[in-house]
Write a protein that binds this ligand. Structure first.
Ligand SMILES: [Zn+2]
Length: 510
């Protein structure tokens, strides 16, 4: 696995493992949250300036939680003697911070508890699988080729990540973003919208050559089947989807911050939760068709086998869809996306060239996701994270040192668009390792499900080897890549799991 070239969120040509639940889990809204309101914040009232504030206690305590409504200009605080209630009385302290902090801690604790209690940390009962050993299943030449491919993608991948972080860093830590966006004129919503577009468009342009470099490598290794026009079309569509989502979130934050300067984090957290769930639900209907055509698996023995297997498994599946992935890649993949009425099992058309038994194994893995409701679960956990992110965004954007650095005093100011995009980008990247940490055991559980359902570790292993060799999967991911990007266990780990399963069930190991 390699760093981020395939556009995050929507990743048409991904070369790694399956995007299954990963897509749904990540397709949702990055932590969104707004920040305090417009230009004149400050609860207070009495107009005491910064100077009046006792040194050392600054940003973090808001006005009393209970009263934490809008700053109420001139209102409430006016009469209270300093220190009498513990509420902020001086200066530019932003009201609502304490309540937002409490909400953030509560949401974070709930998230941690849910994840700790529901993640299948040990997907296979009994003795732990042996250590992963690529040399057991792959020749030295195969391991070397996978390593070379990984190394070839590293440079454009890491550079792309570096550009993303550099842009975000400039927006979050310097006044440059606010200054440039300050030159845009018009109504607040138009300025905000153009601000988002300016920032995301800059990223698109700066990373375009890196994307071409990455794509060139894919072609050298025979993984891409695309020409430049199709590649460019994919990239622009991906950009449009991500920018539209980002614009919705940023517009919502700016609007809320203008209307509820001290409490916008409450509707923002609720909105982030709802948006994440909604995006995950409609993703298969609105986004996936932008990149692929889907047809139903044609009648025949394979279709009959798959439907029969799903029925045996107790997972009602009326259809299996085939995506025309071969228009851009030779990689093999399958995934589940959506939930409820939009749930679907999709296999790449490239996978159908594999032996039917191996296709069944792949679908059995996806049935494991479907049976456990992994997409819905991942969506809800992600939504909780997004709500927490909204609270964090409020706290960060009302933090005085940051306001000073960026020269943007409130997210209600359209010049804050760049800062908001930067913060959301950083939060999305930073949450990746946590998502992967939870995703890997969930993937392993789906593997165990596939083994239980088929009772066929030998075919499971054959399928894993085929996936790894065709997709040039990283057989020896280094620790950094593993933590940052591995949404699935490595192929040697999955093979070790299959052997442990075979031992536990008294079957011949692969
Ligand atoms: Zn999976």
């Amino acid at each position: 696995m390699t760093p981020g070239e395939p556009a995050p969120g929507v990743r048409p040509g991904e070369h790694g493992g399956e995007p299954p639940i990963a897509d749904a889990r990540r397709g949702g809204a990055p932590p969104a949250g707004p920040a305090p309101a417009a230009a004149n914040e400050g609860p207070t009232s009495s107009g005491a300036g910064d100077a009046s504030r006792p040194a050392g206690r600054a940003e973090d305590e808001g006005p009393a939680v209970a009263s934490g409504d809008e700053p109420a200009q001139g209102g409430t605080g006016t009469g209270s003697p300093p220190g009498s209630t513990g509420a902020a009385v001086g200066g530019r302290r932003m009201p609502g911070r304490r309540a937002a902090g409490v909400a953030l801690v509560a949401l974070g604790a709930a998230l941690a508890a849910v994840v700790a209690l529901t993640t299948p940390w040990r997907p296979l009962p009994g003795p732990a699988p042996g250590p992963p050993d690529p040399a057991r299943d792959f020749t030295a030449a195969q391991i070397a080729r996978a390593g070379a491919f990984d190394a070839a993608l590293s440079m454009p991948g890491y550079l792309s990540l570096a550009v993303t972080l550099a842009i975000a860093g400039v927006l979050v830590l310097t006044p440059l973003g606010g200054r440039i966006l300050g030159r845009i004129h018009g109504p607040w919503w138009l300025r905000t919208l153009l601000g988002v577009l300016a920032v995301t468009g800059t990223g698109l342009l700066l990373k375009w050559p890196l994307g071409m470099w990455y794509e060139t490598r894919l072609r050298e290794y025979g993984l891409s089947t695309q020409g430049w026009p199709a590649w460019s079309g994919d990239r622009l569509k991906s950009f449009a989807v991500q920018t539209a989502l980002m614009a919705i979130m940023v517009l919502a934050v700016v609007w809320l911050a203008r209307h509820r300067p001290a409490r916008w984090w409450i509707p923002a957290a609720a909105g982030a939760f709802v948006l994440t769930v909604a995006v995950s639900f409609v993703y298969p209907l609105l986004v996936e068709p932008l990149f692929n055509d889907f047809r139903t698996l044609p009648p025949g023995p394979l279709r009959d086998d798959l439907i029969a297997m799903a029925t045996r498994d107790g997972v009602p599946v009326s259809d299996v869809l085939v995506a025309d992935a071969s228009r851009r890649t030779t990689a093999l993949n399958a995934y589940v996306s959506g939930f409820g009425a939009t749930r679907r099992i999709v296999v790449y058309d490239t996978l159908l060239r594999a032996p039917a038994k191996e296709v069944e194994l792949v679908v059995a893995h996806e049935l494991g996701h479907a049976e456990r409701g992994d997409v819905l679960y991942g969506t809800l956990v992600g939504a909780l994270g997004a709500a927490a992110g909204a609270c964090a965004l409020f706290l960060v954007t009302t933090w005085r040192p940051l306001r000073r650095r960026t020269g943007v005093d409130s997210p209600g100011d359209p010049r804050a668009a760049g800062l908001l995009v930067g913060l959301m980008t950083v939060a999305t990247i930073a949450s990746g390792p946590a998502q992967n940490l939870v995703s890997r055991p969930i993937e392993a559980r789906a593997d165990v499900h596939a083994l239980d359902l088929t009772g066929d570790p030998a075919t499971f292993a054959a399928m894993q080897r085929r996936l790894a060799l065709t997709n040039l999967s990283d057989l020896e991911p280094d620790p950094f890549e593993y933590v940052m990007y591995a949404s699935h266990p490595s192929t040697p780990e999955r093979l070790a799991l299959a052997r442990a399963w075979a031992r536990a069930h008294g079957r011949p190991g692969p």
